[in-house]
Structures are given as structure tokens and as C-alpha cells.
Design a binder for this molecule. Structure first.
Ligand SMILES: Cc1ncc(COP(=O)(O)O)c(C=O)c1O
Length: 397
């Protein structure tokens, strides 16, 4: 077993060697620009991009490969989906419905759109992170342009009922977007079955390269119109100008193909390891709280509160484990997790949460080692905390 053990697969994943070998020719002999239409270098690059596009379209159930646009990642896809759709101004519609537990890429985009005069409704979730589809139905009004609900939460793994929400949106004639950065390749996902109009995803969460993503934009029944964020050479049907990163695009398609082909087997393996980890932690420690909806959860996700302990101290005490707290430390000033706060957790509990993200390389030995070490350190920190409280009390006059 090699240390440190990587248990942060929600943040990113290592590129699969099969993905890296698929990419290699496009750094070398096949270096052409797919927009060069006058020679064989361009034609070869274009053929590779179009074959990758077809592959991605197939993996998400899109009717046509032209519905898949390449971007730099899920953040850009979310921005393009939300800003692109509402700015295209469907019949004066100016209202967006989204959820308090969304990724910052959606929440901050909505905030920016509020600055432009759009109205945003932020729906609450239950204590398990699940959104009630009836809430969506109630929030939709005559001026609603778009509903955006993530497929799988990046902190607690909760899977939202996309098909039910999709049915509601379609019936109301409202566009439906999902941020599926954590979901594609990990759970079954089909844009037709869920009646999705826009879908954001990226490569680096599923053993592909960083810096490439895609946005699915429905072309038929109904045809969606979006405005580009980037203007220039008119690539990607004018919706996303810029020379395509061919090696990344090829690696992205390979990563999605592998993830989809191996999904069922890998999901049951990681879910088994996740349950083993939870069982061991629960047997070894008192008072733990598992965050999220165990019956509706990503297979490799476990988010746990360790009451009496600060997650930050626990991570410092565990340098042999690559973990992350429930907090989103995305800015210079780390803030307590907005996701855990949205579940109604008290601030001390929010600060005691750790996220375990299991993945393709995770082994049973690693899980047993991680569970032992976490149990040891939580016990130690809890007893130090108790001693400190007693000392503080005895120092009182
Ligand atoms: C749910 C979700 N959306 C969006 C993103 C952003 O993805 P990217 O790093 O490809 O921009 C992430 C990854 O951090 C994510 O987990």
C-alpha cells in the first residue's frame, strides 16, 4: 500500500493510462488544428474531434452529436448554459430556479445574472439534501426561463430526482439544465429519459484530463437557442469560439467511454468499499452523523460529521490521507460549507465534517487503514478536547 492514500476523488481523479495513450498521438504527429480545412493535418484532427463528439453524445443519450459543444470544463459549461440561455431572452422570460446546494459554478453565475436584472429563486432541500420536485413545480411562474438542478452533489453525493423534475419543466415549457460534473459515468444518465435540455460535464472527474468539458444543448423538440460567451472564429457552431484542444477532447471521450462501460461494476465495488468504511467508522466511534441521502447517493461518496472534533485539525493529524472537509475552500477565505448549512446543520457540526471520495484506485486495504487512522485521531482529539475543557473549567475563579 502506497501512502498518502487518495480519498478526494470528487475534487479530481488521476488520468487513466488508457486515456493518456489515446491522447498521445494528438500531441505528436496528429497535431493539426481541426479548423484547418485545407490539408490532411486539419482533416485528421477534425475526424478525431467529431468521433469524440459522437462518442460523448452516445454516452449521454443525445440524439445528435451536433448537440455536444466542447468547453474548458464544467464551470464554463454551467456559465454558458445559464447565461447563454437567459440572455438569449426567450419571450421576455427573466426568472431562474435553482437550488441552495448547487456548485458555486451555478450559484455564482446566478448571482452575476441577478446583477444584470434577472430574478433567481433558490430552493431549499431536505436534511438529506434531496430536492422535492413539487418545490420546483411551485417555483415555476409565467416568466421562468430555466430550472437548474445538479445531478449529484459534490460534497454529500446526493442524487436529485432529475426525471421527475424534467417532466415538470417540459410540461411547463421551461428549459431544464443539470450540472452533471459528478454524475456522468458514475450513475445512469440519459438526456432523453430525464428530459434535459442542457447538461454540463467534464473529463477530470472521471479519469480524463483537466481543462476540458462539454455542454449538451438540445437541438430538437424543443430547439434551444443560447448566446455564446466567447466570440471569435465561430468554432462550435458559433457558440464557443477558440481552437479546440484536440488531445484533451480525445482523452475526454475515452474517459467517458471507459467510465460508462465499467460503470456498473465500478459502482458496486466503490459502494461496497464506502459502506465498509462507514461501518468501521460507526463501530469505532460514537455520535457520528452521515450527511446526505444514503439511498440516493453517489457510490464513492461518504460525508461524515465527527462531533467534538474540527475537521481542519483532523486533516492536519492525518497527513497520510488525502481528504477534504465539507467546507468549500474555493476562495482565499475558506467559508463553512454552504451545502452542509443548507441541510440545517449547526456551525460546529458543519466544521466537523469530512468528505471521503473513493475512486477507481481505492482498495479494501486502504479503506481499513484509513478507518483505523481516522478512529485513532478522532479519539485522541476528542480526549484532548475534554481535557482542555476540564482544565479551562478548573482555571475558573
Ligand atoms: C458539481 C460540480 N460542478 C462544477 C464543477 C467545476 O468543474 P470544472 O473543474 O471542470 O470547472 C465541479 C468540480 O469542482 C463540480 O463538482
Amino acid at each position: 500500500m502506497k501512502l498518502p492514500i487518495y480519498l478526494d476523488h470528487h475534487a479530481t481523479t488521476p488520468a487513466d493510462p488508457r486515456v493518456v495513450s489515446a491522447m498521445m498521438p494528438y500531441f505528436g504527429d496528429d497535431f493539426g488544428n481541426p479548423a484547418s480545412h485545407t490539408h490532411v493535418f486539419g482533416w485528421r484532427a477534425e475526424a478525431a474531434v467529431e468521433s469524440a463528439r459522437e462518442s460523448l453524445a452516445r454516452c449521454i443519450g443525445a440524439q445528435s452529436s451536433s448537440e455536444v459543444l466542447f468547453t474548458s470544463g464544467a464551470t464554463e459549461s454551467d456559465n454558458l448554459a445559464l447565461k447563454g440561455l437567459v440572455r438569449a431572452g426567450r419571450e421576455g422570460k427573466n426568472h431562474i430556479v435553482t437550488v441552495s446546494t448547487e456548485h458555486r459554478a451555478v450559484l455564482d453565475t446566478c448571482r452575476a445574472l441577478e446583477g444584470e436584472g434577472f430574478l433567481v429563486s433558490l430552493l431549499s432541500v431536505g436534511s438529506d439534501g434531496l430536492l422535492d420536485p413539487d418545490e420546483v413545480a411551485r417555483a415555476i411562474g409565467p416568466r421562468t426561463a430555466l430550472v437548474s438542478v445538479m445531478a449529484a452533489n459534490n460534497e454529500i453525493g446526493t442524487l436529485q430526482p432529475l426525471a421527475e423534475i424534467g417532466r415538470i419543466c417540459r410540461a411547463q415549457g421551461v428549459a431544464f439544465h443539470s450540472d452533471a460534473a459528478q454524475a456522468v459515468g458514475k450513475i445512469p444518465l440519459d438526456v432523453e429519459a430525464a428530459q434535459l435540455d442542457l447538461l454540463s460535464f467534464c473529463a477530470h472527474k472521471i479519469y480524463g484530463p483537466k481543462g476540458v468539458g462539454a455542454l449538451y444543448v438540445r437541438a430538437r423538440r424543443p430547439r434551444l437557442r443560447i448566446e455564446p460567451l466567447l466570440h471569435g472564429g465561430g468554432h462550435e457552431r458559433g457558440l464557443r469560439s477558440g481552437t479546440l484542444p484536440v488531445p484533451l477532447v480525445v482523452g475526454f471521450a475515452k474517459a467517458v467511454e471507459l467510465a460508462v462501460a465499467e460503470r456498473e461494476q465500478e459502482a458496486s465495488r466503490t459502494a461496497g468499499l464506502r459502506d465498509r468504511l462507514w461501518q468501521q467508522l460507526r463501530d469505532g466511534l460514537e455520535g457520528l452523523r452521515r450527511n446526505g441521502a444514503p439511498g440516493h447517493c453517489l457510490p464513492g461518496s461518504l460525508n461524515v460529521c465527527f462531533p467534538g472534533v474540527e475537521a481542519a485539525s483532523l486533516m492536519v493529524a492525518l497527513p497520510e490521507l488525502a481528504l477534504s472537509s465539507g467546507s468549500a475552500c474555493t476562495s482565499a477565505t475558506p467559508e463553512p460549507s454552504h451545502v452542509l448549512r443548507a441541510l440545517g446543520l449547526a456551525p460546529e457540526l458543519v466544521n466537523s465534517a469530512l468528505r471521503f471520495g473513493l475512486g477507481r484506485g481505492t482498495t479494501p486495504e486502504e479503506i481499513d487503514f484509513a478507518a483505523d487512522r481516522v478512529i485513532q485521531e478522532v479519539r485522541r482529539l476528542r480526549s484532548e478536547g475534554r481535557r482542555a475543557t476540564v482544565t479551562a473549567r478548573s482555571a475558573l475563579p
